[in-house]
Design a protein around this ligand. Structure first.
Ligand code: HEM
Length: 351
């Protein structure tokens, strides 16, 4: 058995290493300084896992970038202002729980570049995630973002869509695509007393389960319930944001939401495009250098979407009027209780 494993490793390792060496050789010279930072973030910050630190870095990109409003005239979107002016931005209620990622490396590259390097790399830890594009060269941020620009989970869907259109010129479809990120996510601040409450049953895989599970009839809360921004979920241990529930059900977005179910390729492509667009908010792409080559591919994911144990098509709250929700296999076994996502501070061996 051990021999088999060792020989399998001996066969695959040169391929993996070969691919990594080839990829590194393709990195443009002006991006090469990023490679040691890439290694440090992957190995030490994320510990090569699609866990809490990676989730936090991904969320940080959104909170930095969406802090832009053309009519307010200050703050520059994807500019890293969230790091530099965090005394202001991190006190906003919507930015609770981001402090995991604001530490190292901000001195080696501009804060805006750091935020998007870390966020793009965080995806590379999550099986199934797309390899996103990364451009580098953002100037230093000039001002904090004004308050109240980051959507709240208790905001009406119309309000969130208007904000996303005003701040980032995002269409409703692009907003739903961006919410694929909630496939690798959980809440630290929604359920009092429990951190890392996952949004779906597979929070370490960038799969389409978020689109399946949020469409299921909510029947329970993890914890006592009654929290602002939270509605009933279908799976014990998970939490459902009121906003995600709304995106899955309201007419303006419900068919987009459903279209991602078991459509890994569409999810990857549309998320990657919308994420890159987000990374350029307030920036001029022509002034930036394409350093996408430093971003490694995520581990592949070949699984299919499923209904969690004991749940079936009958539990779907059909919302899209034109297309029926696809039928999916139900995983065997008793109803699942999804464990919380281990917190970065809890599982850090070094401290
Ligand atoms: C459009 C409306 C959105 C709303 C209302 C929203 C709301 C939220 C809320 C309330 C949480 C839980 C925060 C906590 O208690 O810790 C969360 C987590 C998260 N969000 Fe969103 N979000 C939105 C869009 C996005 C976008 C566009 C991205 C990234 C592209 C994103 C990425 C994440 C990630 C990765 C987490 C998990 C963070 C962690 O586990 O540490 N979200 N979101």
């Amino acid at each position: 058995m051990v021999f088999k494993q060792v020989s399998a490793l001996a066969l695959t390792l040169p391929l993996v290493l070969g691919a990594a060496i080839e990829r590194r050789a393709a990195v443009p010279q002006e991006c090469a300084f990023l490679l040691p930072i890439v290694d440090d973030l992957m190995d030490n910050l994320f510990e090569n896992e699609c866990g809490d630190a990676a989730h936090g870095a991904l969320r940080l990109t959104f909170h930095d970038a969406i802090g832009i409003d053309p009519t307010l005239g200050y703050g520059r979107g994807a500019d890293g202002s969230i790091i530099i002016f965090n005394q202001t931005e991190l006190t906003f209620a919507a930015n609770d729980g981001l402090d995991d990622v604001i530490d190292t490396h901000a001195s080696s590259l501009s804060p805006g570049d750091f935020v998007f390097l870390a966020g793009s790399l965080s995806l590379a830890t999550c099986p199934g995630a797309p390899q996103v594009k990364l451009s580098i060269g953002r100037p230093q941020p000039v001002a904090a973002s004004p308050d109240l620009l980051v959507p709240e989970p208790f905001d009406p869907i119309d309000k969130i869509l208007s904000r996303m259109a005003a701040g980032g010129n995002f269409s409703p479809q692009e907003v739903v695509a961006l919410l694929s990120s909630h496939s690798v996510a959980g809440a630290d601040t929604i359920v009092p007393g429990i951190e890392g409450v996952p949004f779906d049953s597979t929070p370490s895989t960038f799969d389409t389960q978020i689109f399946v599970e949020v469409q299921l009839r909510g029947t329970m809360f993890t914890g006592p319930g009654g929290n602002q921004g939270e509605v009933e979920t279908a799976i014990q241990g998970t939490t459902r944001l009121q906003s995600d529930s709304g995106f899955a059900r309201e007419e303006s977005t419900n068919c987009f939401w459903q279209s991602f179910v078991n459509n890994q390729q569409q999810m990857q492509e549309q998320f990657a495009a919308a994420f890159f667009k987000m990374s350029l908010l307030g920036q001029n792409e022509n002034d930036l250098i394409d350093c996408s080559a430093v971003i490694p591919p995520a581990p592949t994911f070949t699984g299919e979407a499923f209904f969690p144990p004991s749940l079936t098509h009958d539990d779907v709250e059909q919302a899209c009027a034109s297309v029926p929700f696809p039928n999916l296999p139900t995983l065997p076994g008793p109803p699942e209780v999804v464990p919380p996502i281990p917190q970065a501070d809890d599982d850090d061996d070094d401290s």
